[in-house]
Design a protein around this ligand. Structure first.
Ligand code: GLU
Length: 493
């Protein structure tokens, strides 16, 4: 048997370090067994998936040196590798389940579903809805069918008993069937849900081992049952521990930059980031901290993964990156790294229009454009003295802006401007007044290039990191303030 593993990202935002972490372990596992590593794009969520996000994921993984053998861009014998191009396959498999009586068409309206859930809640019962709860009287079912009401296809699930899930790293996981609902497999628009598409594809793509984040454990019973229904052998499962912030909470962009784009813009070396991800819950047999991808592959053993939540610590990563710069790069390699990072035509070309009209001698370029080539600016509280806002309002303004920026679907100037206009109105400030503190936070000075363009060029994560840094410089947000700000944020238009 050839080992086949995969990474199956959903292209719905920035390329996440968690995706790279899981990709790395799948790649090492496959290579250790002389197997193949596949990249599949899970873009069944047509509203949130974007092609820019897909491109960024591919670019970032490649930047980190995590190459795949089959995928949407390199092809392979089991394509297409993008779920949005496999609609017929899922429809056909849903039909098979319906025919075999393992799934049913559900014509319940969302109001009815709410009522059913409320009733269960009131009775103190578990909220999982079972086929029997969802069933309509036969006549009503055929009426809705005849009249062509919108419907979904759901899988049948047992109402009681326990389900045992085997996992490479854990004792068998016991799940009570009572907690598992009659999962939707096909949505009313005919698109599959993650569960159906994931199982069908893993099978058809010959995946033998599924290494994925532990947040997917709850899906495993449904998947196991689907494999049984289809009469297929299930891949071996391995749920990896989630990456954590230093305070042990789940790694989230609210507390830490999570996008690979940020680490790239910040000037981390890909080999250092990959090495650091390899240290997440895993160690080399000799416990050394610094090792290359080849070494990791050569010594890989999944049993060396420890389940205690690995902490993704920026300080540690920075230290490791420094080691790489000092120990591995001679002058030539250092220059090459700098050129790949920012001193290249592609990046500099974005900056030229920002500076050309603002300088009289070439030597003014570097001081003026320094913020495009730096990390967090060196600012202090007094830099904000010129702003006529109290400290709390200042922090509030920056915080609400960060939260809005967290959810812009594409990092595009028009969308950013719309958010800023809305917030300026909300604060009853002119655009210029609203942007003044943002300007300082982003460029590190009160006179520089356009702050709007700077944010677009720097990207979402670097922008948010600088805004967050400014908040810290201003004394941070207390828990009480955060609560108030959140309430205000939720009420924004
Ligand atoms: N599309 C899922 C994700 O975004 C894949 C989960 C899995 O590996 O099964 O992570």
């Amino acid at each position: 048997m050839t080992v086949r593993t995969r990474i199956a990202p959903s292209p719905t935002g920035d390329p996440h370090v968690g995706t790279a972490y899981i990709a790395l372990f799948n790649l090492c596992f496959a290579r250790q067994h002389g197997g193949r590593f596949i990249l599949r794009i899970e873009d069944t969520d047509r509203i949130r998936s974007t092609s820019e996000s897909e491109q960024m994921i591919l670019d970032s993984l490649r930047w980190l040196g995590l190459e795949w053998d089959e995928g949407p861009d390199v092809g392979g014998p089991h394509g297409p590798y993008r779920q949005s191009e496999r609609g017929d396959i899922y429809a056909e498999h849903a039909r098979q389940l319906l025919e075999a009586g393992h799934a049913f068409k559900c014509y319940r309206t969302s109001e009815e579903l709410d009522e059913l859930r409320d009733a269960r809640k009131a009775a103190g019962m578990h909220l999982a809805l079972k086929p029997a709860d969802l069933a309509l009287p036969v006549e009503e079912q055929s009426r809705r069918e005849r009249e062509g009401w919108p419907h979904v296809v759901r899988m049948k699930v047992p109402s009681s008993g326990t389900c045992m899930i085997d996992d490479m790293l854990r004792d068998p996981i016991e799940v009570d069937w009572a907690q598992v609902d009659a999962q939707i497999l096909l949505k009313s628009d005919g698109m599959p849900t993650y569960h159906l598409a994931n199982v069908v594809d893993d099978h058809l793509m010959g995946i033998t081992h599924v290494l994925r984040g532990e947040e997917w454990i709850n899906s495993a019973p449904k998947h196991q049952l689907l494999y049984e229904y289809f009469g297929w052998r299930m891949p071996v499962l391995c749920h990896m521990p989630l990456l954590r912030n230093p305070d042990k909470s789940k790694l989230s962009k609210r507390k830490n930059p999570t996008s690979i784009n940020y680490y790239r813009r910040m000037g981390f070396l890909p080999q250092a980031v990959t090495n650091y991800l390899g240290r997440m819950g895993w160690s080399m047999p000799d416990e050394r901290e610094k090792f290359g991808l080849d070494e990791m592959m050569a010594h890989f053993d999944i049993q060396r993964v420890s389940l205690g939540g690995p902490v993704f610590d920026l300080e540690k990563l920075t230290w490791l990156n420094g080691l790489y710069i000092r120990e591995d790069l001679d002058d030539r390699a250092f220059l090459k790294a700098l050129m790949e990072w920012s001193f290249n035509e592609e990046y500099v070309n974005q900056i030229l229009p920002q500076v050309r009209t603002r300088v009289e001698t070439l030597s003014q370029v570097v001081p003026l454009a320094g913020h495009f080539f730096s990390g967090l600016p060196e600012i202090s509280e007094s830099d904000f003295d010129s702003i006529k806002l109290g400290r709390e309002d200042l922090v509030r303004l920056l915080q609400l802006l960060i939260w809005r920026f967290e959810v812009v679907p594409t990092w595009d100037k028009e969308l950013l401007l719309a958010d800023i206009k809305m917030l300026a109105d909300h604060f009853e400030l002119k655009m210029k007044e609203f942007l003044a503190p943002v300007f300082i936070a982003i460029t590190g000075s009160s006179a520089s290039t356009s702050v709007m363009d700077a944010m677009v060029i720097l990207g979402s994560d670097m922008t948010r990191a600088r805004l967050r840094h400014a908040i810290e410089v201003l004394g941070g947000v207390s828990k009480k303030q955060a609560k108030r700000f959140e309430k205000e944020y939720r009420e924004l238009p």
